[in-house]
Design a binder for this molecule. Structure first.
Ligand code: SF4
Length: 580
């Protein structure tokens, strides 16, 4: 059995923009924010948003007083907009730009004295908003048969579409209008997102045996996807969550396609895909099932990252011209493994339904993660003690700083200037701390153990500085890429990360600068004849990390497990190259 996930599944541009604007407002200002109608049509996401202080504007709203009110992607009527301003609300307009364009067309055509026919769903919020802009000169047509019921004396007619209308229905309505009224002005205001989502669904429907459409039952575009798939004669199920999947019936099919409406959060889609994949695995051989379990354990249990840092330690020893030793690999393995387990233990939500991908197993076994994290930290301290007094002091000091970082509070007298209560809440701080810890365990501690506090020259110091910079930079980009991938859920869960704070674009520019800087440093140092620089070991992981960051940015890898493996690959490459 194969599971095929549509590339277009999940939030569309307009919904993502509205959700981000709402979350950013709550994040920046604190307190509550109201939305005109539900922000998205998804019960689970709305429950979560409510816990963040984002709620639907009640029928009896509080008096304005600068209370923020967000206009959602569907838009509202101009009268309601004016009334919000008059009542003193702080209005934040998240109307989707495509919907805003349709509103402008309707307003302009009505002002010209033309009648505006809106092809869409009567009563839908977007259609109601468009009718408001027509100022009494608008009518709604849901299907071609409705055209006959229009009054004959309408006069000059302009036609627009509700942005989420299917192309076929819109064209048939336009033909019926032309047949009845002759010359009409047609504005195709359908949005490309809808087009693309439906086109992909049609292609998928021709190739799979069954289709699962994920999304809220109140979402018109999700319902339409399910209708269109069913109309193609493909067995189709519309589910809101993974719990609703009819696994017994789906188990009969060899290939299942999954798509989702424009307001379905990605973690709900991933949960559906995971449940289907689990059903698929049950049919596979024992060897394949064991292989998959092992892969999940490596990725979820952070063992892959820990092994990657051990491999990187081999390359670091080569770069710093010190003989590799088992302890140089064991120390970063144990310390970084402990750090990641303990950080995840402290920051992941306790509710597994809010987590997607293999991380759900982590949440389910969080106590074991705590035990393993503490045990690994003790083992790292023991290894450093065996390496000598200086390594032990450095690792002990790092552990102390790590504890201060995890549990330390920001002094109250600073709070008016700094809005974070704890050190680890400072955006991006986790990424910098992880990168610093990696540089310490992979480069500094082995270097100190091998060279002591004397008996080295500038060449050795330069090779240490270069190795630290490469390890720090690669680990920083890896950590930020992981944050970028879960930006949507971090925003919803209120976690402070660099992409949440600075946004996708600025974070990506920053990471591109880091990678560009590493590239110039590694290549430039060798070209300038700096001793001990081996760009053949350094350049491939930098290029690979840049590629994997790009894949993450473009959301090209849908499988969480595969992406986890890719993310840690750049740390194994220099380890392997150091033997060449
Ligand atoms: S479906 Fe299209 S028009 Fe509607 S909110 Fe999304 S991007 Fe905007």
């Amino acid at each position: 059995m194969a599971i095929r996930l549509a590339k277009t599944a999940g939030f569309c541009m307009g919904v993502r923009r509205a959700v981000n604007m709402a979350l950013k407002t709550v994040h920046d200002r604190g307190g509550r924010i109201f939305t005109c109608g539900p922000l998205i049509h998804n019960r689970q996401a709305l429950d979560l948003l409510r816990t963040k202080g984002i709620e639907r504007l009640p029928d009896e709203p509080p008096s304005g007083g600068n209370v923020p009110v967000l206009i959602r992607a569907h838009g509202i009527t101009p009268d309601l907009r004016r009334s919000l301003f008059e009542r003193g609300f702080d209005v934040i307009d998240a109307t989707c730009p495509h919907v805003a364009r349709a509103q402008r067309i309707v307003e302009r055509e009505a002002q010209k004295g033309r009648w505006v026919v809106i092809v869409g769903d009567r009563g839908h919020a977007e259609v109601e908003g468009l009718l408001g802009y027509a100022r009494g000169r608008g009518v709604v047509v849901e299907r071609p048969e409705d055209v006959e019921a229009l009054p004959a004396e309408l006069g000059p007619i302009s036609v627009v579409a509700q942005t989420t209308q299917g192309g076929d229905r819109f064209e048939r309505c336009v033909e019926a209008l032309e047949a009845r009224f002759g010359e009409i002005e047609v504005f195709n205001t359908r949005c490309n997102d809808t087009n693309n989502r439906q086109t992909e669904l049609f292609e998928m429907a021709d190739e799979v045996e069954a289709i699962v459409v994920v999304g809220g039952r109140g979402s018109a575009n999700t319902r339409r996807l399910a209708e269109l798939a069913a109309a193609r004669g493909v067995p189709t199920w519309h589910v809101e969550t993974a719990d609703e999947l009819p696994l017994d019936e789906l188990g009969k099919f060899e290939e299942i396609g999954v798509t989702a409406g424009a307001s379905t959060p990605h973690w709900i889609i991933e949960q559906v895909v995971e449940r289907l994949q689990a059903m698929q695995r049950r049919r596979k051989s024992l060897a394949l099932r064991l292989g998959h379990t092992l892969a999940r354990l490596l990725a979820t249990g952070q063992l892959l990252l820990a092994s990657g840092s051990a491999a990187m330690a081999l390359a670091a020893a080569r770069l710093m011209d010190i003989p590799p030793r088992l302890s140089y690999c064991a120390l970063p393995f144990l310390y970084l493994w402990a750090m990641h387990l303990l950080h995840l233990y402290a920051t992941l939500p306790r509710d597994a339904s809010l987590v997607s991908g293999p991380m759900r197993s982590f949440v389910a076994h969080r106590r074991w993660a705590l035990v393993a994290g503490v045990g690994s930290l003790v083992a790292a301290l023991a290894v450093s003690a065996a390496m000598g007094p200086m390594p032990f002091v450095l690792v002990g000091f790092s552990t102390f700083l790590g504890a201060v970082y995890s549990f330390g509070k920001i002094p109250r007298r600073w709070l008016p200037r700094v809005r974070f209560r704890r050190l680890h809440e400072i955006p991006g701080s986790k990424d910098f701390c992880v990168a610093l810890a990696a540089a310490m365990m992979i480069a500094i501690v082995p270097w100190v153990e091998a060279r002591g506090l004397g008996g080295f020259g500038w060449n050795e110091v330069f090779s240490l500085a270069l190795t630290c910079a490469i390890v720090f930079g690669l680990m920083l980009v890896r950590s930020v890429a992981a944050d970028l991938r879960q930006l949507e859920s971090d925003l919803l869960l209120g976690r402070e990360t660099l992409p949440v704070y600075a946004g996708r674009e600025r974070t990506t520019k920053l990471m591109a600068s880091v990678l560009g800087g590493l590239f110039v440093l590694a290549l430039g140092a060798e070209l300038l004849g700096a001793p001990l620089v081996r760009s053949r070991i350094l350049l491939p992981p930098i290029a690979l990390m840049a590629f994997i960051y790009w894949l993450t940015y473009k959301q090209k890898v849908r499988s969480h497990l595969l992406w986890e493996f890719l993310l840690d690959l750049p740390f194994f490459v220099p380890g392997a190259l150091s033997f060449v």
